[in-house]
Design a protein around this ligand. Structure first.
Ligand SMILES: [Zn+2]
Length: 125
């Protein structure tokens, strides 16, 4: 059995073509894995979009200068996510900041808030 899934995400098409073989139970597991991959791609697109909407930070009374964009890997609910976010630096004191990190990740940990929430809920029940 060959399964093809195409998902338009922000104007680009993400496509999976999988050959599912094995027992019905194995195919069910493979189908579930495809669903997780779709969720992972949507999460990655959403976090990258949010990273571009972060307000330009200030330090020492001035707008910080942009020091480029860097990608980091963050663990999400459905797998690893590559997030590109802008880094800033203060011309006066040298302080560096990546404000998008605080909105997307759990503290300094490289996991999404949604994944952290699930971990917390599973350990507190
Ligand atoms: Zn400063």
């Amino acid at each position: 059995m060959v399964v093809q899934i195409t998902v338009p995400v922000d104007g680009r098409e993400v496509q999976w073509v999988k050959s599912l073989e094995g027992t019905p139970a194995e195919r069910e597991e493979a189908g579930h894995a495809i669903g997780k991959e779709v969720g992972r791609v949507i999460s990655e697109a959403a976090l990258n979009e949010a990273a571009t909407e972060v307000r330009h930070p200030s330090c020492c009374g001035r707008r910080m200068e942009i020091r480029g964009r860097r990608a980091i890997m963050v663990q999400g609910v459905d797998g690893p996510l590559r997030i590109r976010r802008t880094r800033y630096r203060c011309r006066t004191c040298g302080h560096e900041s990546t404000p998008a990190d605080g909105l997307q990740t759990c503290g300094r940990h490289r996991l999404t808030r949604q994944l952290a929430k699930r971990v917390w809920q599973s350990t507190c029940q």
